[in-house]
Design a protein around this ligand. Structure first.
Ligand SMILES: NC(=O)N[C@@H](CC(=O)O)C(=O)O
Ligand SMILES: [Zn+2]
Ligand SMILES: [Zn+2]
Length: 464
């Protein structure tokens, strides 16, 4: 299909306010100027005011909405291959689109594990075909996540998937020599190791955060030091090697202090926090409801406060969902037997608005960095728009910042429903998502799979 045809079905967004223009914390978004954006051929082609609609263009009235570059999740479990009863690349990227994400990095703990060029290319191809989001596979650091031998890191990096992020997430790369070698290896092509920081010996059989509450509830505890000691070791290794290190799902006040110290020394370390660790505490475990069972565990209120402050201070670089779908039978059972993990793509933005923007810890412009620019940069995501301006790829999201609503089952668009946020009142909602110039979410409703897949196919053909 030729470019002319692709641009015939363009989009005109009218009267949006750009997150990038709302730089004051707790600032009034209505104070920012309104802009129009014209999208054609997969890109933003014009930015201005009072742009006239052209024939065949879809006009979106974005009055009162905030436009951000498309959200990027550096930590998503899409489960395919092997876990299709929990999620597939298609269903997971539909959940992503519903949450305002245009790109997701798919974790390697699939079955088989994404530890070869073949698996990462397969995952990427499934994402390309579905079209709801750009899927960038993460490669395993060690073969089969077993922590014994390095995986084919070079082959994955050089494959069509061009992997830049490597992680054994779900498991910690515990052997310091393997961690050192992995850091040395990825340094050669500007890759990064994303560490799931959990000392396995200190957390054997652990079920929740270790402290007075775990004793009271009779559940085996997971001490903060099990996370902090691995982070401390790894920032020193990263400094020694001169390589990039990323820390997954930071969950304790002590971890924040270690990262703060490492950054002050100039270590190339970045850190993520999940939405759930910004809003939920271990007190919820009293219910013994496995929806609250997650790795790392929900911590104390002091930790939540420290994590929010670390975002405000820039010690934490990004928000990543750790979207971890599980089938009903793995979650509707006794606490001890239940799987760790919670879904998070659809709730991430409302939680960030509730805990950070409304509380004055981050401006909208900072939020765009936390959820879009910085994860794209850490993952070396190519083609991500640096701003909503002419010439950039049209990956964007329109957010309705107004009001609050109950987060209910209808908001979950993936295959699994293990969300701890059901029934909670959260701020704002995602109204539209546009990926490569194609609407994937339209007035809060997912665009049909056939339409999105066909548009992706057309765009790929035009590119080739
Ligand atoms: N976060 C979780 O509790 N679970 C994740 C693994 C992980 O992120 O460590 C999963 O794959 O289910
Ligand atoms: Zn993890
Ligand atoms: Zn994870």
């Amino acid at each position: 299909m030729n470019a002319e045809h692709a641009s015939a079905s363009g989009i005109l967004i009218r009267g949006a306010r750009l997150a990038a223009d709302i730089t004051e914390r707790a600032g009034d978004h209505l104070a920012a100027p309104t802009v129009d954006l014209r999208i054609a051929g997969g890109r933003i082609v014009e930015r201005g005011t009072d742009l006239a609609a052209r024939e065949g263009e879809r006009v979106i009235d974005a009055t009162g909405l905030v436009a951000m570059t498309g959200l990027v999740d550096l930590h998503t479990h899409l489960r395919e291959p092997g876990g299709e009863q929990s999620e597939t690349v298609l269903t997971g990227t539909r959940a992503a689109a519903a949450g305002g994400f245009t790109s997701v990095f798919a974790m390697a703990n699939t079955m088989p594990v994404a530890d070869t060029a073949g698996v990462v290319e397969q995952v990427q191809a499934l994402g390309d075909a579905a079209g709801y989001a750009t899927v960038r596979p993460i490669g395993a650091v060690t073969e089969d996540l077993a922590g014994e031998r390095l995986s084919e890191i070079g082959a994955m990096a050089q494959s069509r998937a061009g992997v830049r992020v490597f992680s054994d997430d779900g498991k910690c790369v515990h052997d310091p020599l393997l961690m050192r070698r992995a850091l040395e290896y990825v340094k050669t092509f500007d890759g990064v190791i994303a560490q799931h920081a959990q000392d396995p010996r200190l957390t054997e059989g652990a079920q929740m955060n270790e402290g007075a509450l775990s004793s009271e509830l009779g559940l085996k505890g997971w001490p903060a030091v099990a996370e902090e000691s691995i982070i401390a070791r790894d920032v020193l290794l990263a400094e020694h090697v001169g390589a990039r290190l990323h820390i997954c799902h930071l969950s304790t006040a002590g971890s924040v202090e270690v990262i703060r110290w490492a950054k002050a020394r100039g270590v190339q370390v970045t850190a993520e926090v999940t939405p759930h660790h910004l809003i939920l505490t271990e007190e919820l475990v009293r219910s013994y409801d496995p929806r609250y069972k997650v790795n790392p565990p929900l911590r104390r209120n002091e930790d939540v406060v420290a994590l929010r402050q670390a975002v405000a201070d820039g010690v934490i670089d990004i928000i990543a969902t750790d979207h971890a779908p599980h089938p009903v039978e793995a979650k509707e059972c006794e606490w001890d037997a239940a799987a760790f993990g919670m879904v998070g793509l659809e709730s991430a933005l409302p939680i960030a608005l509730t805990t950070l923007v409304r509380e004055g810890h981050a401006s909208w412009a900072e939020l765009e960095h936390l959820l879009s620019h910085k994860p794209a940069q850490i993952g070396r995501l190519e083609g991500h728009p640096s701003a909503l301006q002419a010439g950039e790829v049209a990956d964007l999201v329109l957010v309705d910042p107004n009001g609050e609503s109950e987060f209910d089952l209808a908001r979950l668009r993936g295959l699994s429903v293990n969300s701890p946020f059901l029934g909670m009142t959260l701020a704002g909602h995602v109204a539209y998502t546009v990926r490569h110039g194609q609407l994937t979410l339209d007035q809060g409703e997912l665009v049909a799979a056939e339409v999105v897949a066909q548009a992706a196919k057309t765009a790929q053909a035009a590119q080739a």
